[in-house]
Design a protein around this ligand. Structure first.
Ligand SMILES: Cc1ncc(COP(=O)(O)O)c(C=O)c1O
Length: 405
């Protein structure tokens, strides 16, 4: 059947292939340890759930809600930015609540992109960074995901060689899938570049609260003048373990946010009011639940890195996010990330996300999510040890490496 114009631009979802294998293995009774998804497994804190169940009793909350978010929610987000980053925002003009930050990105792409506009996006990166804009008609040009001088070389080249000139650059730190983090000095240079060339910055700060060192990840908006060119997205999905609730935010530049709010007003009526009220309670509430979740992810990270390391797979310890970005063990590297992920699933009963699913420059890596408990991670390490011990035999039996790529 002939594909539609938009769907033709969406390659088959790589993760689907691993998911299918995972489902088939489970149907056969295999105990798959699923580290493949970025889907938080911890429950939403009880005080937030209680607020939802209380508010939903009031029939007035059952009507259509406010597309850009109820006033209290936008004020709570502005208060979070002031408390956490020292950034003052006008909740009426510089804050929009979105139905999750993924949808927020997609809606922003619809709002600001003309067909053929060039958008700069990290590779590898979270797929909506690229496909949100592709679906909106943009042409994507890749920049390195790792913050450093190479990013600026790529940005300079993009400005010289892209016709038309890029309209926006996407930044995501702490990064999915790579777990790279950026500091304020890097952001200062990004903002200076964007202002000089009149390019918007779309910053994805979904992992603002999932960090393991002493320095919390900064906001792009902490850079003086950033608001002239920047919209930044945050999410309650990871911070409060609310992925299914679909609450996120865009904040920052008024022109960008007005465009987003306008497009959204045509597309949605906002999240269900009780969800918005509960989200307000989350943002205004105690932050010990955030600290607790952060500590849980940190313990899992330590167990993962230590136990996988002892099993023979050295994985750099991520400083933030809920992922480890693991170089494929040397012996298996030539297989590429999809074949390696399939092998790991079949032989070690561990599901991971193949790096290629996040962009071609991710193919030497797999992403491991910290989404199973410590006991299960240790079990994964035991499976892994057996898998690595029989690596030569396994490799002997798989398709010749040259054919696998
Ligand atoms: C970098 C990044 N941005 C955005 C999202 C989506 O979050 P939300 O649930 O707010 O749509 C994710 C989810 O995995 C993510 O990793």
């Amino acid at each position: 059947m002939e594909e539609f114009h938009k769907t033709r631009r969406l390659p088959p979802y790589v993760f689907e292939q691993v998911n299918k294998l995972k489902a088939a293995a489970r149907a056969q009774g295999a105990d798959i340890i699923d580290l493949g998804m970025g889907n938080p497994d911890l429950p939403t804190p009880p005080h937030i759930v209680e607020k939802l169940t209380e508010v939903v009793q009031d029939p007035r909350t059952h009507r259509y809600s406010a597309s850009k978010g109820i006033t209290g929610l936008r004020k709570a987000q502005a208060a979070y930015y002031e408390r956490r980053f020292g950034v003052k925002l006008n909740p009426n003009t510089q804050v929009v609540a979105t139905l999750g930050s993924k949808e927020g990105f997609a809606n922003m792409a619809q709002a600001i992109t003309a067909p053929g506009d060039v958008v700069l996006s990290p590779n590898p990166s979270y797929p909506i960074h690229t496909f949100g804009f592709l679906m909106a008609g943009a042409a994507i040009r890749a920049i390195p995901a790792e913050p450093g001088p190479e990013v600026f070389h790529a940005l300079e080249r993009a400005v010289i060689h892209s016709v038309p000139k890029p309209i926006a650059v996407i930044m995501c730190y702490p990064a999915n899938p790579t777990a790279y983090v950026a500091d304020l000095e890097f952001y200062k240079d990004v903002v200076a570049f964007a202002r000089k060339h009149d390019i918007f910055i779309l910053s994805d700060l979904a992992y603002s609260e999932i960090y393991f060192g002493d320095t919390p990840p900064p906001s792009m908006l902490q850079v003086p003048g950033a608001i002239e060119v920047t919209a930044e997205f945050t999410s309650l999905s990871k911070t409060f373990s609310m992925p299914g609730w679909r609450v996120g935010f865009a904040v920052g530049n008024e022109r960008l946010l007005a465009a987003l709010a306008r497009v959204k007003s045509y597309l949605d009526y906002g999240a269900f009011t009780p969800i918005q009220v509960a989200a307000t309670a989350a943002l205004n509430g105690p932050d010990d639940c955030i600290v607790e979740m952060r500590n849980t992810y940190k313990r899992r990270r330590d167990v993962l890195v230590e136990s996988f390391g002892r099993a023979g797979w050295n994985i750099p310890a991520p400083e933030a996010s809920m992922f480890a970005w693991a170089p494929i063990p040397e012996k298996f590297r030539a297989l590429g990330s999809l074949e390696f992920s399939k092998l790991l699933l079949e032989k070690a009963e561990i599901a991971v996300a193949p790096g290629i699913g996040f962009g071609e420059y991710g193919d030497d890596y797999v992403r491991i999510g910290l989404v199973e408990n410590e006991k299960r991670l240790r079990q994964a390490a035991r499976n892994l040890r057996r898998f690595l011990e029989t690596a030569d035999e396994t490799l002997h039996n798989v398709v010749p490496v040259s054919a696998a790529r």
